[in-house]
Design a protein around this ligand. Structure first.
Ligand code: ATP
Ligand code: MG
Length: 730
């Protein structure tokens, strides 16, 4: 149906560049822009505008993104623009839905095999088959490698070469990892289960190998939108290509500076190369940041301006559009419990001053950090929601509540399709909300004040969200079938509501739970809150100790950039100088010199996030690798942080690499068999000129010393590769 006034309204909320993306003709569109510039607003508006003007039908649109919460955000924004019927899902959910639908046809009447929750258990078994005794951490690392390989379209037989090419730091020798990978695939097949990546692979296979499936899918979906396109991996891209089937009605939006999933195989190159791949693409760039105050934007720009590498070349400086707000607050604590307690107290104060709890987020690098905040918030009586910890509809109390609600419908109206009782709004004609509250009493929920204590409070809030949903559903009922040919609206019944819950559960369409969001930085992508606490900003946590290569460190920097740009108004940055009271001292995150204690050891509190000029005596010495201010004596002498990935002689590194590749080629082995990348970096950094110094480098044992010691020492002394290793001499 054409709705001109609504489509005009959609355009009214946009700036000229956003409008050009929204009104671009059918065909490829690419929006390349920084955080908070309205990319998601532009794509949702494009869908809305095209469907409200009648150019396309919303039913034929498939909008995909990467996290369930981001997909929910897309649905929410589309609904508020007045568009219904668009499929907005994660890649995974879209593929799963299609595969469930087509499985009987593709698998001789069988349903889709059961989906593995986690790879860890099977990987542990597979490792044992390959002769490895992998503990949980090792199994997780192996699972990560398998995930990377499958997302990168790499088969077990190709793994070793692909991993070397991609400079992966493998948990075991690559050949061993490949063996585990092959064993894992076998175990999976014999157990009749599939994993997360298999769902996408199956969807690709279904479309690529079955013309009838391809035709049906392509007939259903004609217009595609991908949000956060910088994080697409080769497998997802292949699925997108399969959906498109050579057509080009695809809109992608993304920001290379927010690439935070490369460790799983994602790459911003599809986004960056989009205009080259589609020569007729409409390309739009946005720089106005509508989300955050100039104070937050200033800090975000400062952090990303230090970025290096491929993604950094594409960064755009954001221009804040909102009125000025408070300076980001910087805090340092003696230990983590003190940090968590202060965050909880500040959340309490914000809520008391009128900020809704759902407009506050506490973001951290790893999920393990969540617990301290759950405890502190629980003790402070602040409601919270742990994002991604457990799916809402899989929570025990929610499942019990759904059973109780179903039972209540049976008790009153005999369940689905009952007679006249269905016409009443709920059991005995009482309003839906009251009926739901009554049914939830069976699982111990009462509408009065929530219980104290973190976990109990969390359970209470989850059930309160169901009651809230019932209220919204009753206030805003969909058109319900009354019977043959009848179209008048009737009051909603408890049965309608339980059906609605089942539908939502199937789609993972979770209700909003009132509470402060506790989330990892990864899962916060694309979202925004009025107040954001970035906590645990200590070296070793952000960047994580696992970030060893320069690329990995850059990804950590982008992660911090994502975190900062989630805040609309109010931003808090903190870390604890020791994990527990009296523990080993830590240093602040290297990307935030603003967090370092100011001269004289005084603790930084509040105030400007901009580095102030310092007195000469207290001269700032910056790390020549990452730019952070150096405080510790040894670091200042070195001229770089001890934890920085490298400070190497690039020219020597180049010669070492060239030499290594010639040796590897001559011996017909992958390069890492000669020396790993890490060893080459260490050599180029330490420039050893004696045998004793050589053996002090990890990765150089007696065997390698015998084989390559002389050559390496000659290279360090300046020999040309041709001198010590003439081409094709092996
Ligand atoms: P991210 O990179 O974090 O995903 P984004 O580019 O997708 O960010 P949006 O979430 O679409 O940005 O927009 C950020 C905020 O700015 C939202 O609250 C949005 O409603 C608002 N906004 C976007 N464009 C405009 C505009 N033209 N006028 C006013 N507000 C806007
Ligand atoms: Mg967005």
């Amino acid at each position: 149906m054409v709705d001109n006034s609504a489509s005009v309204r959609v355009l009214a909320g946009l700036d000229p560049e956003q409008r050009s993306a929204v009104t671009a003709p059918a065909g490829p569109v690419c929006v390349l822009a920084g955080a908070g510039t309205g990319k998601t607003r532009a794509v949702t508006s494009r869908i809305a505008h095209r469907s409200l003007t009648g150019e396309i039908s919303a039913r034929h649109v498939l909008a995909v993104t990467f996290t369930a919460r981001a997909a929910a955000e897309l649905r929410h924004r589309l609904a508020s623009l007045g568009v219904a019927g668009v499929q907005a899902r994660t890649f995974h959910a879209a593929a799963l839905r299609q595969m469930r639908y087509f499985a009987p046809r593709l698998l001789d009447g069988r349903a889709l095999p059961e989906l593995l929750d986690s790879k860890v258990r099977l990987v542990t078994l597979a490792a044992a088959r390959a002769g490895l005794r992998a503990d949980r951490t090792a199994a997780r690392d192996l699972a990560g490698e398998i995930e990377w390989a499958k997302s990168s379209l790499v088969e077990p037989g190709e793994y070793a070469v692909a991993a070397a090419k991609a400079l992966r730091e493998t948990p075991y020798e690559p050949a061993k990892v490949a063996e585990v990978f092959a064993a894992y695939e076998k175990l999976k097949r014999s157990g009749g289960v599939i994993d997360f990546e298999d769902v996408l692979r199956a969807a690709v296979w279904g479309i690529e190998e079955h013309p009838d499936v391809a035709e049906q899918v392509r007939n259903q979906y004609r217009h595609f939108v991908v949000d956060e396109y910088q994080d697409v991996n080769p497998l997802q891209q292949r699925l997108l290509d399969a959906w498109l089937g050579g057509r080009d009605d695809v809109t992608v939006v993304g920001d290379a500076s927010q690439t935070i999933y490369s460790f799983t195989g994602a790459t911003s190159s599809y986004l960056v190369d989009f205009p080259r791949r589609y020569r007729n693409a409409t390309v739009v760039r946005l720089v106005r940041d509508y989300r955050s105050t100039p104070q937050v934007v200033g800090l975000a720009n400062a952090v990303i301006s230090q970025a290096r590498g491929t993604e950094a070349r594409l960064r755009l400086e954001l221009v804040g559009q909102r009125p000025a707000g408070p300076e980001p607050e910087r805090r340092i604590f003696t230990d983590e419990p003190a940090e968590a307690n202060a965050v909880a107290a500040r959340c309490r104060a914000l809520i008391d001053a009128g900020t809704p709890a759902r407009e506050i987020a506490v973001l951290f690098r790893t999920n393990a950090q969540s617990e301290a905040y759950e405890k502190a918030l629980g003790e402070a009586g602040v409601p919270y929601v742990v994002q991604g910890a457990e799916r809402f509809f899989e929570r025990t109390e929610v499942r019990q509540a759904m059973v109780a609600l179903r039972a209540a419908t049976r008790a009153v109206d005999g369940g689905r399709g009952a007679g006249p009782a269905e016409l009443e709004s709920s059991p005995g004609g009482i309003p839906l909300r009251a009926a739901v509250v009554e049914a939830l009493a069976a699982v111990g929920w009462a509408p009065d004040a929530p219980p104290p204590g973190g976990a109990a409070r969390e359970r209470w809030e989850a059930l309160a969200a169901l009651v809230q949903l019932a209220e919204e559903y009753a206030a805003n009922p969909p058109l319900l079938p009354l019977g043959a040919a009848a179209t008048v609206q009737r009051p909603v019944t408890l049965t309608d509501f339980t059906d609605e819950l089942a539908r939502r559960a199937a789609q993972q369409h979770v209700p909003t739970v009132e509470g402060v969001t506790l989330a990892s930085l990864h899962s916060a992508k694309g979202l925004e809150w009025d107040a954001v606490f970035l906590v645990g900003l200590a070296e070793g946590t952000l960047p994580t100790t696992y970030a060893r290569t320069a690329e990995q460190v850059e990804e950590e920097r982008r992660l911090l950039y994502v975190g900062i740009t989630r805040a609309r108004q109010w931003l808090w940055l903190s870390y604890a100088s020791a994990r527990s009271p009296g523990g080993r001292a830590r240093r602040p995150c290297r990307f935030l010199p603003q967090l370092a204690p100011s001269g004289g050891g005084e603790r930084a509190r509040g105030g400007s996030a901009v580095v102030r000029p310092q007195r000469r005596a207290n001269r700032i010495i910056s790390c020549r690798i990452c730019g952070t201010t150096l405080l510790a004596g040894p670091d200042r002498k070195l001229g770089r942080c001890a934890t920085c990935p490298s400070d190497m002689d690039d020219e020597l590194h180049e010669r070492l690499r060239e030499w290594r590749s010639r040796v590897a080629e001559a011996q017909r082995v992958p390069a890492y068999v000669v020396f790993t990348d890490a060893t080459l970096v260490a050599l180029a950094e330490r420039r050893p000129d004696r045998t004793e110094e050589l053996v002090a480098i990890a990765g150089i044992g007696p065997r390698k010393l015998g084989l390559y010691g002389e050559a390496v020492l000659a290279l360090v002394r300046g020999a040309a590769v041709d001198e010590i290793c003439p081409e094709k001499s092996f």
